[in-house]
Design a protein around this ligand. Sequence first.
Ligand SMILES: [Fe+2]
Length: 336
Amino acid sequence: MTGTVRHATPDLDALAERWAVGARLVHQRRDPRRSFAIRRFAGPLDHLGKVGHLRVAHLTDLHVGAVTPLAVQFAAVELTNAANPDLVVLTGDFVCHSQLYLADLEEVVRGFRAPVFAVLGNHDHWSGASAVRRSLRRAGAEVLDNAHTVVELHHERLQIVGLDDAYTGHAWRPRAVRGLRRDLATIGLSHIAEEADGLWAAGVPLVLSGHTHAGQVTLARLHEQLVGRVAGHRYVHGLYGRRRPERPGEGAVYVGAGVGAAVMPLRLGERARREIAIFELGHEPGRYEEHHAEQRPMPGRRPAPRTQYARAAHVVRREARRRARTGSTAPEEPEP
Ligand SMILES: [Fe+2]
């Protein structure tokens, strides 16, 4: 039998509000700062001699919205500021299914005392990339869409390469690395960690990423089974690769456990804790006692072309639905 089966479009905002009730019950009893792990790592060997010392705070997957209480977001900002970083980098998924909480996002990002650099994630594209970018820029963050920039801080220079989201097909590495300087200390930002290998080859020795939330349940190494073997991620949580490369084209990638969540508020296990990762660039690996050493990657599995196409098409469909709902005919891009 042939025919079209129509599925009702779920009201994601209503669904998220329902989750919020549960999330508030889970979180209201404890100080949200206690749910964070702050992990400190030295930078890559490549930076030695290129930068004296810069402290970078890496946070990812804020998912400002109904599932993650705002108190958690402000706790992340407070803890980050207390670490006194020279700059803050945020690697995508700022929102959670909708644009309802963009004002909150702005308030959160504005709270960071250090300069902020950001790249977008899949949730930002699903919810409306232009609106998320505008909010981030209004809050003072620099959003890097397949681009690089050089920031000067305390007489030190750092080159930052930002890839747009690879999950939804928006990453464009050749454009992002065009004109990259090899004489400057460089870090890369990419929501999807599997883009790191290509950035290493382009001369980026350390890439900071997110997306996996460390699986959110890491008891009995469940995250490695689900995020690694089932979902096909090569990098699941923490540090992989080499900060001391042995061959050309090698580098390191860090997958942050994230701050928020998009669906399930639950986090279980030490590795699953909300996380702020501090990187001491210009300081040699081995200088600090670190939470873990570089790990061996999972086997990994590239998404099939059909899957990649479906992910990109999903963004287009969501935008069309949003426009139909709001009656908007204005172009989504470009913007300043
Ligand atoms: Fe996420």
